[in-house]
Design a protein around this ligand. Structure first.
Ligand code: ADP
Length: 485
């Protein structure tokens, strides 16, 4: 089976969030299952610089606003997954991130940049593909950036391949002015409610959901939630039409990157059998972040984008109370200015107890995950979430809100779950500061008063199989069902 996996970011080449992690791991896991899989990504500078031995395999012609672009082929060294890269300097070779410039301003031509990514994916599966020796049976699209692919496949490219779109976050839909229709050579007759029109705009994500042969999302709970007004971001009607067809497949984690027993970012490795290394990692992080080197002070970790979704504004009003009760905080993140400032102020007022690092730092994210005693993740919605699973793998029980993938991966500690050894964290009863405080207090109560119970909760999480194998099998079954249909 040949699968073209098209995405706007992939770890370790370029990453802004969980989509990159999934795009790095899932294709590798599918390749292990015998799938002939190739990625298709834009040629950002970070991609071109890191993929050595890229060789041209085709000329891409008849693309909107581009005289010509090149299709290059390379391989991700770590996983040996093949990558096709669109080399189009005017679109992708810029300073800044994949979606925005260095000041966080979105590129004004994102409709074109990702319209072309979508178009090329469709062309490669179409009747007139520029590649003669590799044609996919399945085109797997991810989020709005590749949402136009199923539309191009069905309406223009006469593709015989089947399409799948995975929804990683409904909050981002890629809506653009209708003037882009002509630029992107999309048929005007499909700019309609049964098509890619959304409140007078061209919606990439709606196009994907409407035209894809199969829709998946990254957790079973989120698959249900997005069919409601609260979580569907306006597309709940269309999603509920596809209702039972939407598969929720919980992401795995990349166990070669996220394993406390082998993690090169830690001064000492550890595992479920021996957690003494975790204590050393905690002390090292306390020293590094200028926190008091107190082994008994509960250390609460946060690694996150600082946005409304992640719910960390609920943490701000209760942080001082927790610090006064003896807790320490190690926070790493960036995002909304007001939140960054609120956390910075808490750090200034509590030297030795609150450390706040504003920015993106892969090594520090591993160290916080390993050193912390509790991981705090009160997201208002969370399609899957990876950090809570990293917390589980690192013996750092997560405190989470009961939503999406958090609800599907974290089991609240209570008498029953403790007895049957499924308790692996602490779940808030609602999205509020009071409920977050109450869940943290419950956790601290066990942490401080019952070391054996705490260790059991840690071990329950650490011994779960969080790897990609199970999820990859579920995606493979989805592909097979499409090909047999
Ligand atoms: P989302 O994709 O919504 O941001 P996830 O929990 O699914 O949330 O994935 C977030 C990923 O990004 C994780 O791998 C996490 O460790 C990483 N991450 C988020 N913020 C930072 C940061 N400031 N520094 C390093 N890694 C970060």
């Amino acid at each position: 089976m040949r699968v073209l996996f098209t995405t706007s970011e992939v770890f370790p080449l370029i990453k802004t969030g969980g989509l990159a992690d999934v795009s790095g791991s899932l294709p590798a896991a599918l390749q292990h299952l015998g799938v002939d899989i190739r990625l298709l990504i834009p040629g950002y500078p970070a991609v071109l610089n890191q993929l050595s031995h890229l060789k041209p395999i085709a000329k891409l012609e008849n693309l909107p606003m581009l005289a010509q672009a090149d299709l290059l082929l390379g391989e991700i060294a770590q996983t040996k997954v093949k990558v096709m890269v669109i080399k189009a300097a005017s679109l992708y070779e810029r300073d800044g991130g994949p979606y925005a410039d260095a000041n966080g301003l979105e590129w004004l031509d994102n409709a074109l940049r990702f319209g072309i990514l979508s178009k090329v994916a469709a062309m490669l599966s179409g009747a007139h593909s520029p590649l003669s020796d590799w044609q996919p049976d399945i085109v797997h699209c991810n989020d709005w950036q590749t949402g136009l692919t199923p539309a191009y496949m069905k309406l223009l490219e006469h593709s015989s391949a089947k399409s799948v779109i995975s929804l990683h976050n409904m909050a981002f839909q890629g809506c653009f002015a209708p003037a882009w229709l002509s630029t992107l050579a999309l048929p005007h007759r499909n700019f309609a409610i049964d098509g890619f029109e959304y409140h007078g705009q061209l919606s990439f994500l709606k196009a994907g959901i409407f035209y894809a042969d199969s829709v998946t999302t990254v957790s079973p709970s989120y698959a249900k939630e997005i069919q409601t007004a609260e979580f569907g971001f306006g597309l709940e009607g269309l999603l509920s039409q596809r209702g039972n067809e939407i598969k929720g497949i919980l992401n795995g984690i990349e166990t070669s990157e996220w394993n406390p027993n082998t993690d090169p970012h830690l001064i000492k490795n550890y595992n479920a059998k021996s957690l003494t290394g975790k204590k050393q990692v905690k002390r090292a992080l306390q020293e590094k972040l200028a926190l008091h080197t107190n082994a008994n002070a509960p250390l609460l970790g946060v690694v996150s984008r600082l946005t409304h979704q992640k719910g960390l504004d609920m943490l701000v009003p209760i942080m001082q109370t927790l610090v006064d009760a003896g807790c320490q905080f190690a926070l790493l993140g960036n995002g909304e200015t007001a939140l960054e400032s609120a956390f910075r102020a808490l750090a200034l007022n509590n030297p030795g107890q609150v450390s706040v690092t504003i920015g993106y730092n892969e090594a520090l994210s591993h160290q916080i995950m390993a050193a912390a005693d509790l991981f705090i993740m009160p997201s208002r919605f969370e399609p899957c979430g990876l950090n809570q699973m990293y917390g589980l793998a690192y013996g750092t029980p997560p405190v989470v809100n009961a939503t999406g993938g958090l609800a599907d991966s974290v089991t609240d500690t209570n008498l029953i779950s403790f007895k049957n050894k499924t308790a692996n964290g602490f779940v808030m009863s609602e999205a509020s500061s009071a409920s977050l405080l109450s869940a943290i207090k419950q956790a601290l109560n066990v942490y401080t008063n019952d070391a054996a119970a705490w260790r059991q909760i840690q071990i329950n999480g650490m011994s779960q199989n969080l790897s990609w194998d199970k999820s990859a099998l579920a995606y493979l079954a989805t592909y097979q069902a499409l090909l047999e249909a």
